[in-house]
Design a protein around this ligand. Sequence first.
Ligand SMILES: Cc1cc2nc3c(=O)[nH]c(=O)nc-3n(C[C@H](O)[C@H](O)[C@H](O)COP(=O)(O)OP(=O)(O)OC[C@H]3O[C@@H](n4cnc5c(N)ncnc54)[C@H](O)[C@@H]3O)c2cc1C
Length: 457
Amino acid sequence: MENRYDSIVVGAGTAGTYFAKLLAEQGYKVLVVDKSPKEKLGSRLDIFHIDKELFSKFGVPAPAPADEDYVCEFDFSISKSAFDRYPKRTLYPFVVMRLPLFLARLARWAESFGVEYAYNTEFDDFIYANGKIQGAKLRQGDKTLEIAARLVADASGIGSAVRRKLKEGYGVETFEIGPEDKFYVILRYVKLKNPESGRISYSTAWPFYKTWIAPQHDPDGAIIGVGANFSFDFAEEMYQKFTAQIPLPPHELQYVEKGTTPYRRPPYSFVADGFVVLGDSACITKPFSGEGITAAWELCAIAAEEFGKAMREGRYPDAASVWNTNVRYQRDQGAKFAYLLATLIGAVNSTAAENDYMFKKDIIFKEKDMTAMNRHFYVNLGFAGTVALVSKMAGGVITGNISLDTVRSMLRSVKYAGRLQKHYQNYPADMRAFAAWRQKADQLWSAAGTMADTIKR
Ligand SMILES: Cc1cc2nc3c(=O)[nH]c(=O)nc-3n(C[C@H](O)[C@H](O)[C@H](O)COP(=O)(O)OP(=O)(O)OC[C@H]3O[C@@H](n4cnc5c(N)ncnc54)[C@H](O)[C@@H]3O)c2cc1C
């Protein structure tokens, strides 16, 4: 490790390594630091699913079946109602992979572009000069090192260790991602007792219980996952409700993994003078699934391009010179995610019977729309689609299958979701208009509420 780099990236996860590679490729000297030892990197999670189509979009080398991080692929997933009925197919391919092995392969790829790694190295604090970030203090055991850099990138995951250390008012929010702002996920790795009567070769989800069953590395096994706000205990309660209602294939528990994923709006700005926040620390996860890897690559790709331009010829990347990172992300994926996040706040209000009815009548859970949502994060209902949806909901109310309260809650969330989407699409190109934009965004989010509030009610 030297004592000066163009950029220090904190966190060697999927966000940090991808961003580091993109900067190094443009000729910058990049150091990635991670507090974890190299051999423990990514060990918090083994099996994960990733969008097959997005490797080529982001230029990340896809795993080949012979690679050790590759497990299998599936081309469609199924969603079922709260009473295990009306299966709907989402036609969208996923690759099943092993995270620690994927991270090791990604790091080798980044190293081939010149990225340096320092493991067992923890971010401690920023170094400021004239009020602007100019590097970082890092801890290695009981040693503290001061490393100069024009850019410090926070890719430290859900703990947001770097962003939270920013001086108040520096330009990026310093909030902690607390229990109401995340999903507590429990993964049970199980062995099927009668695999020959049906192996698990694709993912099946029950959105009402936020549970799913999916393949794992043992072809005779499966993962049964559940996610919920507030706590692991609450997720466990949800799992008990699920198993009381839904028959699972006979199985034996092998082991359990637990982790958390952000579920809240991201900071309004990702950039400040000599600083960018990425990945889980920036709360970039798909609102309908909690998956964060490829969602975060979108912001990484934009940020690497904008910082790459701003840092040419030794220039310092001040907030104004990289503001376009916010504009490009927030107007596009940011607006779509804001819409989905706000819509789902109302959608969690339904009862099991209402959920079953909505599956039956193709309300919300429509095959074509679920495929579009996975691929584009966007469902274009059009005029005819909207009329059909409203009339199906009205039919549900008239026949007593959906309560007026549920419809009101859904319409309310769709109303604020639409306003939020429009507001994000108008993210200000001029930094001077940001304070006013932010004030209105605060008002809209507080009117929309949160999923945690809806569940508590
Ligand atoms: C149970 C579970 C299942 C999931 N399944 C999927 C899935 O199937 N598909 C999907 O796309 N997403 C999934 N996600 C979400 C996904 O894991 C995350 O969105 C993604 O891994 C976040 O990547 P990241 O690089 O931002 O952070 P991380 O992967 O958390 O990496 C952050 C790194 O920063 C390091 N670090 C932290 N603090 C410091 C510090 N002070 N100094 C130095 N280093 C530090 C950590 O050691 C870590 O290596 C799942 C999440 C959970 C909890």
